[in-house]
Unconditional design. Structure first.
Length: 478
């Protein structure tokens, strides 16, 4: 499929420049010129431009819009000249090998060997990651962005080779990969130009590794250490003190963190995005470090079960976080309508709001968001069990840009009401109690047709249509 013997039968009639070896092309041009001289301009044939007359630079520019796979399948087999163009190093500055389209390891190594200008490499779900990365370290000294997701074999040997041969690395993403030893994280700190580092779910990272990274990677702007439970207050405080001048994106796992870590964030005034999962030990005191981050556009505080409505309101009162566009307060179980009313007054640019399992929220709080956040695109209300749904009647006019409304596990919301909303907003995707997409019924009679793909669920003293877009689907979830 990606044959390296790409010179087909057509190549036999072409020289290295792609010009016919018998000179027929030059004879054709001579004949055309002669006709023009004898018959005048009116009878002269139209000049033709053949692809083999196109300059190499222009062909390379055209081929730059093709992936390496497309170059191998469609360009290399054409002729010798195009095979050489397809293998030009300038077309191999970015190589991405996703898990959806598996490529043999030997083929990847062949591509890496011919890519001395490679700047971006991405590998996903590879068991042979160690072999491939050692190959990249040998042949690709200009590597700047390296992504190795959910792969095996990331050892000290690999990172030592990369550090010695790819010293220009600015972005390293090893999310979900098995980093085999703690020494590897110490070696990562040797990439002094790192700006982007994703170590999400690399569970061998500890306080020593994080402190070393904070000491040496002085230009770090992006750090993701979510899913890592060996991190404590001392290393997070050192991190925020050392990189307060540069950090813009920070994602943490809060399982072992206390308010001391969150209060130390007050110095990171450049932060644009902050995400904390499992912040079960955070109290209202910890929020005092977050209210100072006036440049935040993205905030996630998941499982903040000790955060009170009064504490959460401090985030939004007095216009403290006016630029927030994405807010996720899922499983902050004490959050109530008063928090949403404060948020609606503070965050007119809100685009995405997630409130999974915030049991104290009612229609009144959601109504405030709908009325005062007109740019909202995603409203994720999974498990907000007190909603009745009447508030969503105003969505078509109040939220014209809304794309997703998720009401899974909201058992008192009537699907008939949701069908009306969907009929007025064809681009809106609404998910009902079962997690199924709601579709607008063409007529009221169809809701009573047993063959229409609907199931009828008795609840709250009334009959409610539960609509499914999956043909022949039975009520398997009930």
């Amino acid at each position: 499929m990606w044959s390296d013997e790409g010179a087909g039968a057509a190549a036999g009639d072409l020289d290295r420049a792609g010009i016919p070896c018998d000179g027929s092309h030059s004879q054709e041009r001579s004949s055309s010129s002669s006709c023009s001289e004898d018959g005048g301009e009116a009878n002269a044939p139209q000049a033709q431009c053949h692809v083999h007359c196109v300059p190499r630079e222009i062909l390379l520019y055209i081929f730059s819009f093709l992936s390496v796979q497309e170059l191998g399948r469609s360009v290399e087999p054409v002729c010798v000249a195009w095979r050489d163009l397809a293998r030009d190093p300038t077309l191999r500055t970015c190589l991405i090998f996703s898990f959806q389209n598996h490529v043999d390891g030997d083929r990847i190594k062949s591509l890496l060997a011919g890519a001395p200008l490679l700047a971006t490499l991405e590998l996903q779900s590879r068991e042979d990651a160690q072999d491939l990365l050692l190959h990249a370290a040998s042949f690709c000294p200009r590597l700047k962005e390296l992504t190795v997701k959910f792969s095996d074999g990331l050892t000290e040997v690999v990172f030592r080779a990369l550090m010695e041969n790819c010293s220009r690395l600015q972005s390293l993403n090893v999310e979900g990969s098995r980093v085999c030893d703690r020494e590897s994280f110490i070696l990562m700190a040797g990439f002094l130009h790192l700006r982007h580092l994703n170590l999400s779910h690399c569970d061998l990272l500890d306080d020593v590794g994080l402190i070393t990274i904070a000491k040496q990677c002085r230009s770090l702007e992006y750090l993701d250490i979510d899913g890592i439970t060996n991190i404590h207050d001392n290393s997070v405080i050192f991190l925020t003190e050392s990189l307060s001048h540069s950090l813009k994106y920070l994602f943490l796992d809060g399982e072992k963190l206390t308010d001391a870590s969150y209060q130390s964030l007050r110095t990171c005034t450049q932060l644009l995005k902050l995400g904390v999962s499992f912040c079960e030990k955070m109290t209202d005191k910890g929020l005092l470090g977050i209210v100072c981050l006036r440049n935040l556009t993205w905030l996630k505080l998941r499982k903040g079960c000790q955060l009170t409505p009064a504490g959460l309101r401090t985030l939004f009162e007095d216009g403290r976080l006016p630029h927030l566009a994405h807010v996720n307060l899922g499983e902050c179980s004490l959050l109530d309508d008063s928090v949403l009313e404060a948020m609606a007054g503070c965050c007119p640019q809100l685009l995405h709001l997630a409130l999974h399992w915030c049991w104290e929220v009612t229609d009144a709080g959601v109504s405030a968001i709908i009325a005062r956040c007109p740019r909202l695109q995603v409203l994720d209300l999974v498990g907000v069990v007190q909603l009745t749904g009447t508030v969503f009647c105003s969505v078509p006019t109040a939220l014209p840009d809304l794309l997703i409304l998720d009401l899974e596990q909201c058992n008192d919301v009537d699907d008939v009401l949701l069908q009306v909303v969907v009929s007025q907003m064809p681009s809106l995707r609404v998910f009902n109690y079962w997690g199924d997409p709601v579709v607008a019924s063409e007529s009221s009679d169809e809701s009573d047709n047993s063959d229409s793909g609907t199931t009828r669920v008795e609840g709250g003293g009334r009959t409610v249509s539960r609509v499914s877009t999956v043909p022949q689907q039975e009520s398997l979830r009930g």
